[in-house]
Design a binder for this molecule. Structure first.
Ligand SMILES: Cc1ncc(COP(=O)(O)O)c(C=O)c1O
Length: 421
């Protein structure tokens, strides 16, 4: 099936007489007639459900849809995007290890990797903007377990160079995980380019209606753990899980199995079945929505470029954008809904611009069906130092615009009247 069809039909096929729409299994537990049946599930968890902290039929249907959309072998939903990133890191790294990441990551992810991981004894080594391969390689040692990036950096809008970083990670046998939240699998499929693990905040375009916080991990099934000294945990028995060897039990889905049976079991960052239902419902129209978000964003970006109150515009869909060439290499069918621009007059004028908007609301949210806006320097990124702000690619005048599904004329009219004021 093509992606438009997977969005609607992937993960759930009703049998005769079943509900045609994915039902909500709002139950913590599952009943079994014999001890042998339940015992079997402890040995082979993929054969059924034991307890909703670990898996649930509604959640599982959405996970299957997402594995199909991303071209992976298995997937696991989490309670939030942050939980998906943390679980990804902890599936491969422990105290004493280190990971590599980019400083332009979403501010919440940056904090998680820089501050909270450090408290757990895992060091995040940040790759300087513009670093050469040799400079990145100088950060790698035998304890490096992961490289983490974003397809579209939020909000700096840098585009991840899949070919370059896949080659670098392969050369050193390091797992590569990419947050594909802002592109979604309807525009970019990182696994196709060799990425090993895809992470999502499903709170954004997948839900699309701003009603359910959630996250997701997709296992690309394309990493060889055997014979790689960095990942002995995958090829030796896990004592906490009756001696399971993840590459043997999980096969190509070893990462997803370890993430679920070790981390989800112990940490419990599980989604509610109701949120999985809402997110699945949103994902049914994802392909259609991403097309319209992309069309609207391109139109708004073009008009902003021509506005005398705007000093600069960043949208990778604009042919003269610095990231266009990179984006054109990897994006299919559009460039997404995120546009950033600078308001002439700096911080004060940027704040005035937000104050004077009409139906476009200021939200600490993006990737919604409704257009929304934010001034990161005074909100999501206010905890960062001036130097860190510059490393993140954010200036005082920086406006993050998440272009929604309204008429492009109405969106621009609201922006224009506010800029005029
Ligand atoms: C690109 C990206 N990744 C991850 C997250 C974190 O996701 P959540 O808010 O669902 O925890 C966000 C949140 O804005 C995000 O924009």
């Amino acid at each position: 099936m093509k992606k438009e069809s997977i969005c609607l039909h992937g993960g759930y096929t009703p049998k005769s007489g079943d509900a045609n729409v994915l039902p909500i299994y709002q139950s913590t537990t599952y009943a079994y007639d014999t001890p042998e049946e339940l015992a079997h599930l402890f040995d082979v968890p993929k054969d059924g459900h034991i307890y909703t902290r670990i898996s649930n039929p509604t959640v599982a249907a959405f996970e299957e849809k997402m594995a199909l959309l991303e071209g992976g072998v298995a997937s696991m939903m989490t309670s939030s995007g942050q939980a998906a990133t943390l679980t990804t890191v902890l599936t491969v790294a422990k105290a004493g290890d280190n990971i590599l990441a980019f400083p332009t990551l979403y501010g919440g992810t940056f904090n998680l990797l820089k501050i909270t991981l450090d408290k757990l004894g895992i060091e995040c080594r940040f790759i300087k903007p513009g670093a050469t391969d040799a400079e990145i390689e100088a950060l790698i040692d035998e304890k490096t377990k992961l490289m983490f990036g974003e397809t579209i950096a939020n909000p700096a809008m840098d585009i991840f160079d899949f070919d370059r970083f896949v080659a670098l990670c392969k050369k050193h046998g390091i797992l590569l995980a990419v947050d594909n939240t802002l592109a979604t699998p309807c525009l970019v499929t990182p696994i196709k380019y060799g990425v090993n693990v895809v992470v999502h905040s499903t709170t954004k375009y997948l839900d699309g209606h701003a009603v359910a916080v959630g996250g997701l991990i997709v296992d690309g099934g394309n990493f060889e753990y055997r014979g790689n000294p960095r990942y002995t945990d995958f090829v030796t028995p896990d004592e906490s899980y009756h001696g399971t060897v993840y590459v043997e039990e999980g096969g190509r889905a070893a990462f997803a199995l370890k993430a679920r049976m070790q981390l989800m079991r112990d940490i419990g960052v599980s989604p509610s079945p109701f949120n999985a239902f809402l997110t699945n419902l949103g994902t049914e129209t994802l392909a259609l929505r991403m097309k319209k978000h992309s069309e609207n964003a391109l139109e708004i970006a073009k008009r902003l470029k021509a506005n005398p109150h705007v000093s600069w515009v960043k949208y990778c869909g604009l042919p003269d954008d610095e990231n266009h060439e990179m984006a054109a290499k990897y994006f299919e069918g559009g460039f997404g809904g995120m546009v950033c621009f600078g308001v002439k007059g700096g911080r004060a004028k940027a704040a005035d611009f937000i104050r004077n908007l009409g139906f476009i609301r200021q939200l600490t949210h993006i990737a919604d069906s409704r257009t929304c806006v934010l001034h990161p320097a005074s909100t999501t990124h206010r905890q960062l130092s001036d130097k860190e702000l510059i490393d993140c690619g954010i200036g005082e005048d920086f406006i993050r615009l998440s272009v929604g599904l309204e008429s492009a004329d109405d969106i621009y009219q609201d922006i224009e009247q506010s800029l005029n004021k």
